[in-house]
Design a protein around this ligand. Structure first.
Ligand code: SAH
Ligand code: SF4
Length: 349
């Protein structure tokens, strides 16, 4: 059994079953989530016999680092992890100024099929477990700790659709937020969804402090359906309604994301339509020029188009940030994550 799959009560029950006093659960928990040990052997506050017992009974995580790549500007690290059943996922660390952001995966593959996304192009394999999600974040938290550094932001923007694996994603984030453990601030966590309306409504009702981002990509249904097949089921008007309800219920500003594709969704008409759609909402728009993927021929928007898009949105009072393309040389940019990285052999970890 993977130790990261256990909640605190489950860990306590397992240790009691092993004939241990209750307080051992607290020690093990703190070793994992506060000290950030990388193995049972490193839990030096525990008796050696207990460490051996733990080694026999549990796996200390299930991620095997198959490949670790650094972008040439050193800003981005991407790990390809193998899972216990042979599935592969990718996790990215971005370092920019004082920010240390980990971008984690929630599924092996993705069922949503957005045409411009490498994960969507590979199809759906399976949901990740709570432990597999938590461990991705802790892997980079540990690496940073070795350099006396720590994570500042956590984003569910890796492989998969977080709201299609809602319960495990939220349980993993709750684990990372838990004050007795890693104690990460919920306000510095963002979950990005392609627009599963029932899950957005559930998220709103739960009144979480975690931030919400919605990948919109287009302001008209015909174009959005061509890019994001899920739009057929949850069209734009309904999606925006759900988002508006979320902002009103939570009082929180949300983000709309668009990957700008030349002459598709980057036109002045699309910018005006988007401005009309979201004006007056407690929201912000993030645009990123499309990153290349093997199975999609669309090109990224050029700088002038992106600047004009931003200007038009701002004329509606909608704030807009142009996101930097990072980690493109190691295919670690938004929408470029997939199971088998195309990498030169000499850079394998
Ligand atoms: N499934 C979720 C989260 C993972 S994708 C979602 O879609 O929101 C993270 C972000 O990368 C999303 O905003 C997604 O639309 C964007 N993205 C996907 N493919 C991209 C590409 N080729 N270039 C730029 N951004 C892309
Ligand atoms: Fe899935 Fe998000 Fe990629 Fe769409 S953009 S296929 S929802 S990971």
């Amino acid at each position: 059994m993977n130790i990261f799959d256990l909640s605190y009560p489950e860990l306590e029950a397992a240790l009691i079953e092993m004939g241990q006093p209750k307080y051992r659960a607290k020690q093990v928990w703190q070793n994992i989530y506060v000290v950030l040990v990388g193995s049972f052997d490193e839990m030096t506050s525990l008796p050696k016999t207990l460490r051996e017992q733990l080694n026999e009974k549990f796996q200390f995580g299930s991620l095997k680092t198959l490949v670790s790549l650094n972008s040439s500007d050193r800003s981005t690290t991407k790990n390809l992890f193998g899972l216990a059943d042979g599935q592969q996922i990718e996790t990215v660390l971005m370092t920019y100024d004082t920010r240390r952001t980990v971008c984690f995966s929630t599924q092996a593959g993705c069922a949503m099929g957005c045409v411009f996304c490498a994960t969507g192009q590979m199809g759906f394999e399976r949901n990740l477990t709570v432990g597999e999600i938590v461990e991705q974040v802790l892997w980079f938290a540990r690496a940073l700790k070795d350099q006396d550094d720590r994570l500042t932001n956590i984003v569910a923007m890796g492989m998969g659709e977080p709201f299609h694996n809602y319960d495990n994603t939220m349980a993993a984030l709750d684990r990372l937020i838990d004050e007795t453990g890693y104690n990460f601030g919920a306000r510095r966590i963002t979950v990005s969804t392609v627009g599963l309306i029932p899950a957005i409504q559930k998220f709103a009702a739960e009144k979480r402090q975690i931030k919400l981002a919605v990948s919109l990509h287009a302001a008209t249904d015909d174009l959005r359906t061509a890019l994001v097949p899920l739009n057929k089921r949850y069209p734009i008007a309904d999606l925006i309604d759900a988002c508006r309800q979320y902002t009103e219920l939570s009082g929180r500003r949300m983000t709309f994301e668009l990957a700008l594709i030349a002459n598709q969704n980057d036109t002045p008409e699309q910018a005006h339509a988007l401005g009309k759609l979201v004006r007056g909402m407690l929201c912000h728009v993030n645009v990123i020029p499309l990153n290349p993927t093997t199975d999609y021929a669309g090109e990224k928007s050029n700088r002038e188009r992106v600047d004009e898009f931003k200007r038009i949105l701002e004329s509606y009072g909608v704030t807009c940030t142009i996101r930097m393309r990072r980690g493109i040389d190691i295919n670690a940019g938004c929408g470029q994550l997939r199971k088998t990285a195309d990498i030169p052999v000499d850079s394998i970890a």
